[in-house]
Design a protein around this ligand. Structure first.
Ligand SMILES: *Cc1c(COP(=O)(O)O)cnc(C)c1O
Ligand SMILES: [Zn+2]
Length: 414
């Protein structure tokens, strides 16, 4: 049914039949042996033209089905994923000397983060495999997204989150009916524990990067950008980065559409990390092909990652796209939340605003070039992490007795 030809190890190039391998290359291991999904691009090209895409009435990411890894479309769950809005931000573009600026709001997905793009694919793969139970490790969003889809499919779900996962994300998990295991430790420790448990008990594992199909879901954000911007790709795409799966997946999306001739220019991919959690920035600046592990500290919980699991593909994507990784401070992230809210009307969680903080920094340094065009991904909604976004708030509400005099007095004091 799908046009997949093989899964290819990014380190050694070994190729696997799609049914032969669920996760990573056994020769290279879980960190180095992440696999790329290859398609019969000639066949895909016949099915996906600008004209026939425009005629599709399905306004979800399934409109790009011929370039997605789905064998059994009947396993697709009904939640509407993708086709999130792209907003022009004209005044901000002027202020920052850009030719154009767009903001794509992926907080507008069913569980309020970009992760739904990957989960909607992973649930199909889990059902195709006949999984009896499933698992994921997550800082919060991947798990809450996964749990929505696994609830619909009726699969028992085991979730490993770090102890400090934001309350709203944990609330989502519990309401969707997952069994939540809070690990007294970091996300990186929760990740390793989840992989061990999934192997021991035979659970299908949606943890990021090791599962080759997740990036194929995340790439749909890039496919939509191509179509929504009328096939004129921006010069720069800014993405916040933890494990690097969104970043590399979106690059794969642009590459896929370039390969079948739907776009004729590729963007430079700028990956933005929090300065207290920036192993990819360090590796990039050192010219290394791997990251040094670290213990992350940042207000942006979704990108608090010390061992980026998709580091090999992410570093390759930066090189191939002539992009780079940059770091921004927590303070800049909080300022970006407020700029997004006031200037674009978009409420983002800290990691959701991190890409904008990166753009602002590069624009202020004048390093984007005159008249450049840029698109910023907002990856998660602000209500996902109330304690986080409250840190960006500077003013207090005016509390009054219910009388007009009290309102007048209250207003006069501000
Ligand atoms: C997961 C996530 C990211 C980072 O994605 P990676 O694939 O881990 O790099 C960024 N922002 C939000 C809101 C996320 O949930
Ligand atoms: Zn390999």
């Amino acid at each position: 049914m799908s046009f997949i030809t093989d899964l290819e190890c990014v380190s050694c190039g070994r190729r696997f039949f799609p049914g032969e391998l669920d996760y990573t290359c056994p020769d290279c291991g879980p960190l180095l042996g992440t696999c790329k999904v290859n398609y019969d691009y000639d066949a895909v090209q016949q099915k996906l033209t600008r004209a026939n895409i425009a005629a599709r009435r399905n306004y979800t990411h399934w409109r790009y089905m011929p370039i997605l890894p789905i064998e059994r479309p009947d396993y697709i769950q009904p939640l509407a994923v993708g086709w999130t809005p792209v907003y022009p931000a004209k005044k901000l573009a002027e202020e920052w000397d850009l030719g154009a600026l767009w903001i794509k709001d992926d907080g507008r997905n069913p569980s309020a983060s970009l992760k739904d793009r990957a989960s909607s694919i992973a649930i199909v793969k889990a059902l195709e495999k006949g999984a009896g139970a499933v698992a994921a490790a997550s800082t919060g969003n991947a798990a809450s997204s996964w749990s929505a889809f696994t609830a619909l499919a009726g699969l028992p779900t085991y979730i490993f989150v770090p102890e400090n996962a934001p309350r709203a994300k944990v609330a989502q998990l519990l309401l969707y009916g997952a069994t939540v295991i809070k690990v007294k430790g970091t996300y990186d420790q929760a990740f390793d524990l989840c992989c061990q448990a999934a192997e021991k008990w035979g659970w299908y594992n949606r943890s990021t990067a090791i599962n080759p199909y997740l990036g194929e879901g995340k790439k749909t954000a890039a496919l939509e950008i191509c179509e929504q911007l009328k096939w004129n790709t921006p010069d720069y795409v800014f993405v916040s980065v933890g494990d690097g799966c969104i970043y590399q997946g979106m690059w794969k999306g642009f590459r896929d559409f370039y390969r079948i001739g739907l776009i004729d220019k590729l963007p430079k991919m700028i990956g933005v990390q929090a300065s207290g959690s920036a192993p990819l920035v360090q590796a990039w600046e050192a010219g290394a092909d791997r990251c040094e592990p670290l213990v992350p500290h940042t207000v942006a919980d979704s990108i608090a990652v010390g061992v980026p699991r998709d580091q090999i593909k992410a570093l390759k994507a930066a090189k191939e796209s002539e992009g780079k990784f940059i770091a921004v401070s927590d303070e800049e992230i909080l300022e970006a939340i407020s700029i997004l809210a006031r200037r674009a009307g978009v409420l983002a969680e800290p990691a959701g605003a991190t890409a904008l903080a990166g753009l602002r920094r590069m624009a202020n340094q004048g390093s984007l070039g005159a008249n450049a065009s840029a698109l910023v991904m907002v990856t998660g909604h602000g209500l996902k992490d109330i304690d986080g976004v409250l840190k960006a708030v500077e003013q207090e509400p005016i509390t009054v007795l219910p009388s007009l005099e009290a309102v007048e007095e209250g207003l006069s004091e501000t």
